[in-house]
Design a protein around this ligand. Structure first.
Ligand code: SF4
Ligand code: SF4
Length: 409
């Protein structure tokens, strides 16, 4: 580890304080006791330096695996030692401020403010120039970052018409840019195809093609994981031609539940870890610029991030093939193609996204809270099976919904 990049004890203690403020005191204290300061440096050493790639037409070089404002503080610090320099959802640092190691070397990092619709959720809420401006100004102040590099529209647009007609978010960005508070415009785009909660919802790729043609946004986060998805692959080729940046999110489809299943794990080639194989493939076998992947502690950080930019070996490919078959049986791709078929207007994609939060991210609290907010839940299903005719994975949707209802209620 380069001397200049090692963590001073004072910074480490500040990190622990930040963890207390973030409600992670137990985890941080346990980590400190068990592993100490050297564990962060040791983890970083085992991962090594993360390579960088150009993100979009500005040509900024960002680490191939990006960080996020909700990463555990010790993992974030290990990431910084590995050269992690892009921070998704940096506004999460509004409680307690951004990590000191980022603030004191601010220009070496790209920090993104993720902005939601207002007056409702991402379906019913509206884009509002004044409120977006007020939110970003407050986030700049509370995080202590001075400015955000990227302003991201969280969840994206509902359809192409909204991209073309509603410029509220873009205007908010332009005004904030003049104030020196943001520099680049980006979005994360979900699919609203067939959504019962949005009028004329369209797929993520249809909407993003229009965003790219519009030329105002520099890069996007899209849902992307293993298993062939021709529509998304064609979009990736298109974005490459247009020099538009693409970051993959929700990349570990179904892996959280796979690694808890001993009989499944026994099918994998010896010595291969699902997350490590996934990262090898995402960073060397795809056209992506960067990837977001969740890790909860230093052990997962080493296992997962050490796959960055490493060759996909025969045994990794074999593992990915096995994982693809398993995910095809069990884990929704969130494409939304089933939605419009449902006579009961059940938000199938949402419910199966919440199921992923619970079973793969083990975030039961978030999953059940979101599920409780739905006005139409999975128990409205009448088992007509029309949705299954549109599912590219032929998932047994009614059975999955019934299980999800029990899990999340
Ligand atoms: S099986 Fe259930 S979820 Fe699928 S279309 Fe019919 S009612 Fe909707
Ligand atoms: S259930 Fe199938 S069709 Fe519906 S969103 Fe998931 S993968 Fe797509």
């Amino acid at each position: 580890m380069a001397k200049g990049k090692s963590i001073r004890r004072r910074d480490f203690l500040q990190l622990s304080s930040a963890a207390v403020l973030a409600g992670l005191a137990g985890q941080a204290a346990a980590d400190e006791k068990q592993t100490g300061l050297s564990a962060v440096e040791e983890a970083a050493k085992r991962v090594g330096q993360l390579p960088r790639r150009k993100l979009g037409y500005s040509g900024r070089e960002v680490s191939i695996l990006i960080g996020a404002g909700d990463l555990p503080p010790l993992v974030a610090e290990a990431g910084i030692l590995c050269g992690m320099n892009y921070w998704h959802k940096a506004n999460r640092w509004m409680d307690g401020g951004a990590p000191e190691s980022i603030r004191k070397n601010r220009d070496a990092h790209c920090c993104q403010v993720c902005v939601d619709r207002v007056g409702g959720d991402h379906y019913q809420g509206r884009l509002d120039e004044e409120e977006h401006i007020a939110y970003v100004q407050e986030a700049v102040k509370k995080t202590g970052l001075g400015y955000f590099d990227d302003m991201q529209l969280h969840y994206g647009y509902h359809n192409v018409e909204e991209v073309q007609q509603n410029k509220s978010f873009v205007r908010a960005f332009e005004r904030l840019k003049k104030q020196g508070l943001v520099k680049h415009l980006c979005l994360s785009q979900h699919s609203y195809e067939g959504s019962p909660r949005v009028k004329n919802g369209q797929s993520a790729t249809e909407i993003l093609r229009s965003v790219i043609e519009d030329g105002l946004y520099e890069h996007a986060q899209i849902i992307y994981s293993f298993g062939a998805d021709p529509q998304v692959d064609r979009f990736l080729q298109f974005s490459r031609q247009k020099n538009f940046g693409v970051i993959a999110m929700k990349t570990a489809r179904g892996i959280g539940r796979m690694i808890q299943d001993q009989s499944f794990m026994e099918k994998l080639p010896a010595g291969v870890s699902p997350h490590n194989a996934l990262v090898r493939w995402l960073t060397t076998g795809t056209d992506l610029d960067a990837v977001v992947i969740r890790v909860k502690n230093l052990e997962e950080f080493v296992d997962t991030f050490s796959g960055a930019d490493k060759e996909v070996r025969t045994q990794d490919q074999r593992a990915i093939d096995i994982m693809t078959v398993e995910a095809g049986r069990s884990a929704c791709r969130l494409c939304g193609k089933c939605q419009s078929r449902c006579p009961q207007h059940i938000p199938i994609t949402d419910i199966l996204r919440f199921e992923r939060y619970a079973l793969d991210d083990h975030d039961w609290h978030k999953a059940s809270e979101l599920y409780a907010e739905l006005t139409t839940q999975a128990d409205s299903c009448i088992d007509c099976r029309s949705c299954m005719q549109s599912c590219p994975l032929s998932l047994r949707i009614p059975e999955k919904l019934a299980k999800a209802h029990i899990l999340l209620s």
